[in-house]
Structure formats: structure tokens, C-alpha cells
Design a protein around this ligand. Structure first.
Ligand code: SF4
Ligand code: SF4
Length: 261
């Protein structure tokens, strides 16, 4: 996912797909390049990617984050990037890759799902809402681009069952964008509030404990029907976490949650 300013769009590598623009592509095990794209990657994971992967693997959020991600806070950045940790072998393969393909295929991350289309978000100067952009950008070695199946960005997204990922990625991008300015002040980007923010966005199991097992509900008013959903539904819990961070750090009001004092 890239964040784009309008003047930079024409300079991006790849072919910008406008609505209805078509591209040819088919990936299958008969191609000589099969699995070649699943190695040595800077594969960014968004919160919903982590949720689906930890569910697929039957792991807790803590265990998944400990075992499978690198968390990198870049200089000048106010929120860390989360990347999938590649295997420690010479080819640095994805840890979920086997000879016959992806072992987490139904829950593979958003970026893998859309490949070789890259998704970007453009924010108009005064708008809070994001506009999605798609770039067809297969690497030279990807032979799928020579196949005959024809797609638009919309039909490709449907075929790859990426709609829910898209919704969650947009919500995440709208929140992450707020971190272009420093919300931490003197305590810095590794202080207590930063840790709570990371938990509320990436660590749903811990966040559930925080909501139901701490003084959280003494400090925030949350409707009973919302609480019921949060207990059962991890996606709702994640969306609630995003709203809480907006309120807690940036003072953005939410219909779901209000401070008690
Ligand atoms: S390189 Fe392209 S065609 Fe080959 S396996 Fe990867 S996505 Fe499929
Ligand atoms: S998650 Fe699956 S599709 Fe994505 S890089 Fe790993 S093996 Fe490939």
C-alpha cells in the first residue's frame, strides 16, 4: 500500500489501471516461475492481515507477532511498520511457502492476494476519505502476464476475494495517515501510549483482555450491544480498536465509545 499525493501518480512504476482498464494474467503451477515471487520480500502486514493469518494458524496474536513479524520504526516515522519475517534460508522464502504453493492461501495477506496489482491510496488535500488506485506491476520474471485471462482491477479483486481486505486496509490507512504528525510528545514513539496503540491495532487478543479485563469500561462508555459484538467478533474488535485509537490519541469522536468523564 502506498500513500500518494496527486502530483506523483504519473511517476509511479507500472501501469495505472483506471476503472474498466484491462490486463491479462493467470498464475498456475504449470509456469516455470511458480513460487518464485514468494521469496525475499518486504511484505508489509496490515492489522487485518495479522488477524487472518493468526486465525488460519490457530495462534494467539502474541505468538504470531513474536514468531512471524519484524517491527520496524523508521527514523522520522511515528508508527512502526510490520513486515513478515522471511525464513532464515539462503533464498529467504516466505515461511508459509511449500513446494505445492502457499499453505495459508485462504488467508494470505492483502498484498499477496492482489499481486501483480499494487494498491495505492490517494488522499485529496482536504478530504478524510481515501481514493483507491491500482497499478499493474508484474516483475519481469512473472510469466503469468503472458497468459490469456483478462481482468479489470474490480474483477481481479472479486476473484481473489479481496473485498473485505480492501475495506479493512482503507480503514487502517485512514488511521495510519494520522501518524504523519507526532502524537507522542515527550514520551516518544516507544512510550506507554505507543505500546497501547500497537496493541489496539495489531494485537486483538491482548486488546480484548484490555477492554474486558481492565478499568477500560470504567473510563469509557460503550453500548451493551456493541460490547456483545466485540466479545464474539474479532473484526468488530479490530474496528473498535481503530476508533478507540482515534479518540484516545487524536480526540476524534466515535459513535461507539465515549469517555465517561
Ligand atoms: S511469478 Fe507471477 S505467475 Fe509466477 S507464481 Fe508468481 S504470481 Fe504466479
Ligand atoms: S503468504 Fe503465501 S502467497 Fe504470500 S508470500 Fe507467503 S507463500 Fe506467497
Amino acid at each position: 500500500m502506498k500513500y500518494l499525493d496527486s502530483p506523483h501518480i504519473d511517476k509511479l512504476p507500472g501501469r495505472l489501471l483506471k476503472p474498466g482498464d484491462r490486463f491479462s494474467f493467470k498464475c498456475h503451477p504449470g509456469l516455470a516461475c511458480f513460487n518464485r515471487c514468494c521469496r525475499n520480500l518486504n511484505l508489509f502486514l496490515y492489522p487485518y492481515d495479522v488477524l487472518r493469518l493468526k486465525q488460519n494458524l490457530g495462534m494467539t496474536s502474541d505468538a504470531f507477532l513474536d514468531r512471524h513479524v519484524d517491527i520496524i520504526l523508521r527514523e522520522g516515522s511515528f508508527f512502526p511498520d510490520v513486515l513478515l519475517h522471511m525464513a532464515d534460508n539462503t533464498e529467504k522464502t516466505c515461511p508459509f511457502l511449500r513446494d505445492d504453493g502457499c499453505t495459508v492461501y485462504p488467508d494470505r495477506p492483502d498484498t499477496c492476494r492482489r499481486f501483480p496489482v499494487e494498491q495505492g491510496l490517494r488522499f485529496e488535500a482536504r478530504s478524510k476519505r481515501a481514493e483507491l488506485l491500482h497499478l499493474f506491476r508484474p516483475p519481469d520474471f512473472c510469466l503469468g502476464q503472458n497468459e490469456d485471462d483478462v481482468w479489470t482491477s474490480r474483477t481481479w479483486s472479486q476473484d481473489q476475494e479481496a473485498e473485505m481486505y480492501q475495506k479493512m486496509t482503507i480503514l487502517w490507512a485512514e488511521l495510519k495517515r494520522l501518524f504523519q504528525s507526532d502524537p507522542w510528545g515527550a514520551e516518544g514513539a516507544e512510550g506507554k501510549r505507543a505500546k497501547m496503540t500497537f496493541m489496539a491495532t495489531y494485537n486483538t487478543d491482548r486488546f480484548r483482555e484490555f477492554v474486558f479485563g481492565s478499568s477500560f469500561l470504567d473510563r469509557y462508555k460503550v453500548k451493551r450491544e456493541v460490547l456483545k459484538k466485540l466479545q464474539k467478533d474479532e473484526v468488530q474488535l479490530m474496528r473498535f480498536g481503530f476508533e478507540w485509537v482515534k479518540l484516545f490519541l487524536f480526540g476524534i469522536k466515535s459513535k461507539k465509545i465515549r469517555p465517561r468523564h
